[in-house]
Design a protein around this ligand. Structure first.
Ligand SMILES: [Mn+2]
Length: 272
């Protein structure tokens, strides 16, 4: 049996936050999320935006049994007592038109944003985060710029400049340009985090939970908690709250890769 499906490890949390699953696209790690949901129970589940990818829906549409399973798991949770709140993002903004109706579908509440109070009394603003976005363009750039892309770019740069020289143009450093872009990307993520943290602080919250930039994070920014629950496309991350109010970022893929090498029971975090 695959360790991912090991029946020994079940997780019980007070609250689970997931976002940026992008159902309906090929990139969605539906197998991992279905597994996570199957083996996780919680009192509250927040779907923090970009859950169903409606942008893609108009062009190409991808759906397999894992996408079905994820929807089934969410609906099953809603039916069996989990309080499920769906906060639309920019990729599922078609749901935003329904917000004024205060709609509830299959036990799932549709909200523009939410306030979550942790077991130890922290008040968290829950929002997708795209309203504070000046960042995605840069972030995508940073994401594709892995080490190998960088090396490739440097090699290409030699040829590029050989041609430029022949045409009488001065030397132009691609690596300098790339470094500048990366610096801009990092600054843009910083701006996103600060903007959300400042909004939370301005409104008297202790922290903010968001998604949108596919970059899981948990740290203090400008005196409030900045919590980004990540995504299920580039990584498989969720933010969870234990029963005592402790918050934790879970990397499901990482957790389960580890469990291939040791007994599952020893590797999974124990729910409080
Ligand atoms: Mn988004």
């Amino acid at each position: 049996m695959n360790a991912l499906n090991h029946p020994a490890s079940r997780h019980d949390y007070r609250c689970v936050f997931i976002s940026d699953t992008h159902l309906g696209t090929r990139g969605f790690r539906g197998d991992f999320l279905a597994d996570f949901l199957r083996r996780t129970s919680c009192e509250q589940l927040y779907l923090v935006g970009d859950i169903i990818d409606g942008w893609r829906l108009r062009k190409s549409w991808y759906w397999d049994e894992h996408h079905d399973e994820v929807l089934r798991q969410i609906l099953r949770k809603a039916r069996s007592g989990t309080e499920v709140t769906y906060i639309p993002g920019n990729h599922d903004e078609m749901f935003r038109a329904w917000l004024p109706l205060g709609l509830e579908i299959g036990g799932i509440k549709l909200r523009d944003e939410a306030t979550h109070v942790t077991a130890d009394g922290k008040r968290l603003l829950v929002t997708h985060g795209d309203a504070f976005d000046s960042v995605v363009r840069y972030y995508k750039f940073l994401a594709i710029l892995g080490d190998s892309a960088y090396t490739f770019a440097l090699v290409t740069n030699r040829w590029f400049n050989a041609v430029r020289r022949r045409l009488g143009y001065p030397y132009w450093s691609l690596s300098q340009w790339l470094k500048r872009q990366v610096k801009e990307a990092v600054k843009a993520i910083d701006r996103f985090e600060s903007a959300l943290a400042n909004e939370a602080r301005r409104r008297g919250f202790d922290g903010v939970v968001c998604g949108h930039i596919h970059h899981a994070e948990m740290r203090e920014v400008n005196g409030v908690l900045y919590l980004n629950d990540g995504d299920w496309v580039e990584s498989c991350t969720a933010l969870v709250e234990h029963h005592d109010g402790r918050l934790e970022l879970i990397d499901w893929a990482e957790l389960n890769r580890l469990s291939f090498f040791e007994p599952v029971r020893g590797r999974v975090p124990q729910a409080a």
